[in-house]
Design a protein around this ligand. Sequence first.
Ligand code: WQD
Length: 346
Amino acid sequence: MAQKIVVTGGAGYIGSHVAVELLSAGRDVLIIDDFSNAHPEALARIKELAPGNLELLERDLANPAHNDDIIAAVKAFGADSAIHLAGLKAVGQSVAEPMLYYRTNIGASLTLIRALDAANAKTIVFSSSATVYGELNDSPVDEAGKTGAANPYGRTKLIIEDMLKDLAAADGAWRVVNLRYFNPVGAHPSGRIGEDPNGVPNNLFPFIAQVAVGRRKKLMVFGDDYPTRDGTGIRDYIHVSDLARGHLAALDYLAGLENGGALDINLGTGAGYSVLEAVAAFKRASNRDVPYEIAPRREGDIAEVYANAKLAQKLLGWRAEKTIDEMCADHWRWQSNNPDGYNTKV
Ligand code: WQD
C-alpha cells in the first residue's frame, strides 16, 4: 500500500519539489499549507509534473483555531509519517519580530506532533538548517559540530530539533530525522516549479535570477573583504531536487529502523562556492549579464560554511549529484520561463 505522507508547507519552494519526488515515487501526499509564502498555482504545477494521490488542507498550523481540523484531516488521511517544512525563514525578519518566529515555527511544530500522535504516525522528517551551526565550526561542518544559532530564526530550528529529540527519548515509537539544509537553490529541470519569494529576495540565487531576467537592476554583493579566496562569502549550494530526494531517502531510512530514535543529518554537497563564483556560473548558464556592486557586509553573515556530507551517504545512501552549473541552468530555466514567478501570465 502506498505510504501516506503529510507535507507541511508543501506548496512552497522546497515543499513543491519534495511533493513531486514523493508522488513520483508512488507515495500519497497530503499538503498542509496556508499559502502565506506559497502560490496556489504551484499545486497545479505539482499535479502536472507528478500525477498521483495529492490532497490539500489549506490551514495554518500555527493558528490554534485550526488545530481540530488539522488533527482530523491527518487522521482521515491515514498518515504514516510527515515531512515538516512549514515555517518562517527570513533571518532579518526574525531579528525584528522574534515572537512571530517563536509563535509560528514552534507553534506549527507542536500542532503537527499532536496530529501525528493522534494518527499514530510517529515518524517525522524535519526541515532544519545549517544556520544552527552559527559561526562555531570550521568547514566542512559535520553533525557533531557545535550548535548555537545567531538569530531567532536559527534558534527556532534548534529548539524544534531538541523538542523532537526529547519526544523520541520519551516515547521510543517516534522516529525522527532533522535534516540540516545548507543552501537550497535551483529548480525542477522542467522549469515549471521554482523559487518565487515574496517581495525583495533575501537570498543570493533568487536575487541573481531576478537581475538576469531584468526584474532588478543589479546585485549588491554583501562584502568582499572576508578571509576567503576572493573575499566574498562561501556557501554550500545544493540543488533543490537533490535536497528533495534526500527527504525520500530519510523517510525510507526511518521506515527501515528496528526501533525509534532521532538524529541530525546534513544535506549539502560538501563543496563551497563564493558569491562571485555563483554570479559567474549564473552568467554562463543564462548567457545574461548580472551587474553587481560591492556593498558593506550584511549583519550576521559568516565568511564560509559548507557541509561534511558523509553521514547522509553512509546512513541514507544519498548524496547530492547536481553541479553548480546545473543548479544555475535549472534556476534560470524556471526564472526565464516564469519572469514573475507563479504570477507570470502565460
Ligand atoms: C548567501 C551568500 C551573502 C544576498 C540563509 C539562511 C539559511 C537558509 C539559506 C533558510 C552570503 C551573499 C546574499 C545578496 C549577497 N535559509 N548575498 N547579496 O545567508 O547563507 O543562508 O539562507 O533555511 O538559514 O541563513 O544564504 O543566499 O542569503 O546568502 O552578497 O543580495 O550570498 O552575504 O555570503 P545564507 P543567502
